[in-house]
Design a binder for this molecule. Sequence first.
Ligand code: SF4
Length: 334
Amino acid sequence: MNATDEMLLEAESVRRKNFGSALRLHSVIYPLDFCTSGCTYCGLSTLLKNAHGIRGGMPPETFKRLLTELVDVGYRVHELVFGTVAEDQELLATRVARWVSRAREIDPDGYLIVNCDTLQPAGYRRLKDAGADAVWTFMEVMTPEIYAAKHRSGLKADREQRLEAPQRMRDAGLEVGNALLWGLAADWKAELEQFVEWSREVGGFDFVATPVQQTLTLLEGSEVPADFDVNPPLLVTESRYLEICAHLRLAFPDAHLVANTRLDPKFVYGNVSRITDMCNGYVWTGSLSHPKDELAPVGHVRSAATQMDFFNPGSLPGGIQELCPDDVLVELAL
Ligand code: SF4
């Protein structure tokens, strides 16, 4: 057995010991699909010209119907994802808090995760008051020079305030999630090392997600600035993803480790779930290709507009369970 195989086995054993057989699924909804930040790797980036088929905000009645259906299916953990939707902190907190309140009304006892840009302390308290349980703010990349090159403008360009954000979330009584975007930096081991060290400085994380950068889908006629990352600087293959997840499992033995269906769901549910204990289930990305009156069907959410491509496994947990190993059991609450 080589060193990597040994590490994979050790990671599986840590996952079993701390999380048993449960694989927790959460729903993912993008209530707003526009952003004012200039990140060089994202389909919502303001740097892309003529690339967006922006819908803007999801109509509240659509959000209500969608979340109600997900709750009816049994989903009790929901991640609401926002780009930077205002440069003004007050406005950003107000907009995000409004969606959190709407979600809280629909699922009073569910667990609400907000994935949004960094806020000042008062903003985090507002999210908590509106009903949020956790905030995820992904650092994406640690090395300062790479961070600066990838984040050209907008709130996300302020690396220092992002580094301090986890403490502000905790102070507001929120649980904390973070992640690197794997594929964004070629030296993934150096990134991992810095991420783990930083997590210790800021008191650890309750959730560590594992997003993977992939090639962007662009509309014909889109204008892409030089050195925009249409293709990832580092290709994250399945075996590399597994290795990264195992490293994270060992570095964060007690945190929820969240897998991601931007890779093949058969692999993610079928293999990676031996190491990770959470994964996205249903995904609504905000793409124009989503049907207006029903949940999007199983398959790739690939757009009508520039968007991240995601595999949507459908809303029925039974279908996801079939993809999992026999000793991994799907659950819909934390
Ligand atoms: S990564 Fe986030 S902040 Fe950056 S452009 Fe995309 S949605 Fe906006």
